[in-house]
Design a protein around this ligand. Structure first.
Ligand code: NAP
Length: 455
């Protein structure tokens, strides 16, 4: 981004894709006013009418799946098969809320001394979403679908490198028949966003992004007493206990780290492996990583791609280098070219290394050998972040005894931590607060209003 322009670039080949002019302050104000006007009528529409538009939106996504997937792949380098899967997941999310939103938002009767008392879940107004590039459609849809269905209107400030996706999403809402001010994309600088948060029309903010962005947005929102939901980074542990069935789960375990070329907040970043199974794990994990297919992300066979921008590879390189300086050993990989970072396996990991303490946003697996189960959980819990933990063991009942010990937003047993519209999603500690998806997600941006009626 420079001055008033955003230029998008294909990270795989460095080709310039498109150039966009940022919205002027006047244009941003117009969009804000339009959102405010639209809210007055949108909030009075029946939920059933909003749900009807959802099914149009699902149809639009289905119709444009090929071109939208390609746009995503060109802008941020995701393998095309994963882009297609992302669009399909958005459709699943839409279907989920189409089926359940009316139940989730129905008045909740509570017996008290009143003649009648209940909770009414009313929309708040205009909600600002600041979103990341790693899942350019999914992140936006998981904000927008519940938020709009609850009767709010939305404004999106997407990551600059996926501006084409941001505009395509706005267009999809229009094509599906949503009124014009219901969902709008803003092309804006950070300073403009901070100013917008202070505007009375904005009632709350949802940010998915880095810890740094989270602190900055939360500070501004706090200053103006605006609610915010923060979905930030993570360095999830994946515990492998001595009785884990590796033949059954190794594909899932590798996917947990390498999907989206390692650029997922909930990816397994630290593998904590009990010594009895360590050699077998390392061998099987390495074999699968060796088989990942790097190629043009537009090729359907490609399973691992470049990162979304060369500077992201710079950060990763720095984290790996510092960890090696502190004694980490390269077991596999570790070459780099522009935005491409080779899938890399590091061993001899200690707690002070960046690959242990920080979030690594790329295909780097830090493997930690521990002597027993107790130590495995202790190491896994040693994190500033709190998105999720996973454990692989045949004794799933014993693993459930650890539920209370896990401080994260999620604990998955014999499965990778993943998002699912039916289940709440969110973190604790430096991973943020608030929840998206499920009933909890649709109730984040509502006024939980108490109604008390006496005769
Ligand atoms: P980022 O650099 O924090 O950017 C995220 C969004 O915030 C972008 O739209 C960015 O705009 C904007 N932004 C950053 N600072 C801002 C500020 N001061 N004021 C207004 N807007 C600001 O993160 P990213 O590199 O795009 O995404 C990767 C991060 O997101 C990782 O840490 C990942 O773990 C996290 N993430 C978390 C979740 C979750 O659910 N917990 C999901 C996905 C990703 P520009 O692009 O214009 O800078």
């Amino acid at each position: 981004m420079n001055n008033n322009k955003i230029t998008t670039t294909n990270p795989y080949n460095g080709e310039t894709l498109e150039s966009y002019t940022l919205h002027s302050k006047e244009e941003l104000k117009e969009k804000l006013n339009l959102a405010n006007e639209e809210f007055k009528s949108w909030k009075t529409t029946e939920i059933s009418d909003r749900v009807e538009l959802l099914s149009n939106l699902a149809d639009e996504l289905e119709n444009d799946k090929t071109s939208l997937s390609l746009l995503m792949t060109k802008e941020m380098g995701k393998p095309i098969s994963e882009s297609i899967a992302e669009i399909e997941k958005c459709i699943f999310l839409i279907d989920f809320y189409a089926q359940n939103a009316e139940d989730f938002l129905a008045d909740s009767i509570i017996k008290t001394d009143a003649h009648e008392s209940f909770i009414s879940y009313d929309p708040l107004g205009c909600i600002l979403a600041v979103m990341p590039w790693n899942y350019p459609f999914w992140q936006v849809f998981r904000f927008a679908i519940p938020t709009l269905t609850a009767g709010n209107v939305g404004l999106l400030k997407h990551a600059s490198n996926v501006t084409g996706c941001a505009l395509a999403i706005e267009e999809l809402f229009i094509k599906a028949g949503f009124p014009k001010g219901c969902f709008q994309t803003l092309l804006a600088k950070h300073e403009d966003i901070e100013e917008l948060i202070g505007n009375d029309i904005i009632k709350a903010v949802s940010l998915t992004g880095s810890e740094k962005a989270g602190k900055s947005i939360a500070e501004t929102a706090g200053k103006h007493l605006k609610k915010c939901v923060l979905e930030l980074g993570g360095n999830n542990a994946c515990i492998i206990l001595k009785d884990a069935d590796l033949d059954k789960h190794i594909d899932t375990i590798v996917k947990a780290r390498m999907q989206n070329s390692g650029q997922s907040c909930i990816a397994a970043k630290r593998f904590v492996v009990v010594e009895e199974i360590y050699d077998e794990f390392l061998e099987k994990f390495t074999e699968k990583v060796e088989n990942l297919k790097y190629n043009n992300p537009e090729n359907t066979e490609t399973t691992i791609s470049c990162l979304a921008r060369p500077d992201l590879a710079d950060t990763l390189e720095d984290q790996v280098k510092k960890s090696i300086d502190l004694g980490a050993k390269v077991h596999y990989g570790n070459s780099r070219s522009n935005a491409y970072y080779e899938p890399t396996i590091l061993t001899n990991i200690t707690r002070e290394m960046p690959v242990f303490r920080e979030e690594t946003f790329g295909p780097i697996a830090a493997i930690i050998k521990v002597s027993n189960e107790e130590e495995a959980y202790q190491i896994a819990l040693d994190s500033r972040f709190g998105l999720g933990s996973m454990v692989f063991t045949e004794d799933y009942e014993k693993a459930t005894e650890r539920i209370l010990d896990i401080e994260d937003g999620a604990f998955f047993i014999n499965e990778m931590v993943k998002s699912d519209p039916r289940l709440p999603f969110g973190g604790t500690k430096a991973s943020g607060y608030g929840r998206e998806l499920s009933k909890e997600g649709i109730l984040e941006f509502v006024n939980t209003k108490t109604i008390y009626i006496n005769k």
